[in-house]
Design a binder for this molecule. Structure first.
Ligand SMILES: Nc1ncnc2c1ncn2[C@@H]1O[C@H](COP(=O)(O)OP(=O)(O)O)[C@@H](O)[C@H]1O
Ligand SMILES: [Mg+2]
Length: 243
């Protein structure tokens, strides 16, 4: 089943066209990895999916429903699409479990008791039951990112978007976050992941989309992408991220 369909999306900032006609589809259960150099438009593309950045033209269909600016529709769609950011975006004055409970109470309108149970369950999946009462300042970067993943997961989304979830982490903490993401993949979650991490992409991705200058120039399985990239740009990119 096609979960997401992006059709010819364009987006300009001022005179700069950051997305120049992007189209792709994501089927239920797929893990789509987006790679590409800095400035290619990867973050902008992720943000257009749930209209955090509304596209100038083009269409986005989520579960066959065309997304537009209607606030009720956006509220509903955004509650079905989780977002995990590079810099975690946790509330610093709230504990881990309060961060996870927030959307459940405010958006899903669960009682505090119900929200607590759902949040505990999500924090268990990411392996943080011992840290539920810690504040973000008391957690490592890897733990903060796992709280952010639990927060997305607790909403029981149909799709989770990850924007460079391990780029801000000390290299020693990348593994624990990737492990959690692999677990979600194995559990059948549909995910779109912007990352430069080759080993993660190779072992988890169903497909790699390679972007440059606001368009997708390669869309292939990970084996073909890494062994036989078609474009010179992808060849250079792969050489630069292999270390
Ligand atoms: N809010 C914004 N206002 C103006 N320009 C932006 C904004 N966000 C991104 N850009 C520009 O759009 C281009 C693509 O950015 P981005 O989507 O963040 O790329 P990537 O995530 O691939 O590094 C860059 O040139 C960036 O400077
Ligand atoms: Mg980015």
């Amino acid at each position: 089943m096609t979960l997401l369909r992006v059709v010819d999306v364009h987006k300009k900032y001022g005179k700069t066209e950051v997305l120049r006609g992007v189209s792709f589809e994501v089927s239920q259960g797929q893990i789509v990895v987006i790679m590409g150099p800095s400035g290619a438009g990867k973050s902008t593309l992720l943000r257009t999916i749930n209209y955090l950045v509304p596209p100038d033209s083009g269409e986005i269909f989520f579960k066959d429903e065309k997304i537009n600016n209607d606030l009720n529709l956006l509220r509903r769609v955004r509650s079905r699409i989780g977002f995990v950011f590079q810099h975690f975006n946790l509330f610093s004055h709230m504990t881990a479990i309060e961060n996870v409970m927030l959307g459940l109470v405010k958006v899903k309108k669960l009682s505090r008791d119900e929200a607590y149970q759902v949040a505990m369950n999500a924090l268990e999946i990411v392996g943080l039951t011992e840290k539920v009462n810690s504040y973000p300042s008391q957690l490592s970067g890897g733990q903060k990112q796992r709280v952010a993943i639990a927060r997305a997961l607790a909403m029981k989304p149909d799709l989770i978007l990850f924007d460079e979830p391990t780029s801000a982490l000390d290299p020693t903490l990348v593994g624990e976050v990737h492990q959690v993401m692999k677990k979600l993949a194995l559990n059948g979650h549909t995910m779109i992941v912007v990352t430069h991490e080759v080993s993660f992409a190779k072992s988890v991705a169903s497909r790699i989309l390679y972007m440059e200058d606001g368009i997708i120039i390669e869309d292939s399985d990970p084996d073909s992408f890494f062994s036989q990239p078609v474009s010179q740009s992808a060849r250079n990119f792969i050489a630069s991220v292999y270390s």
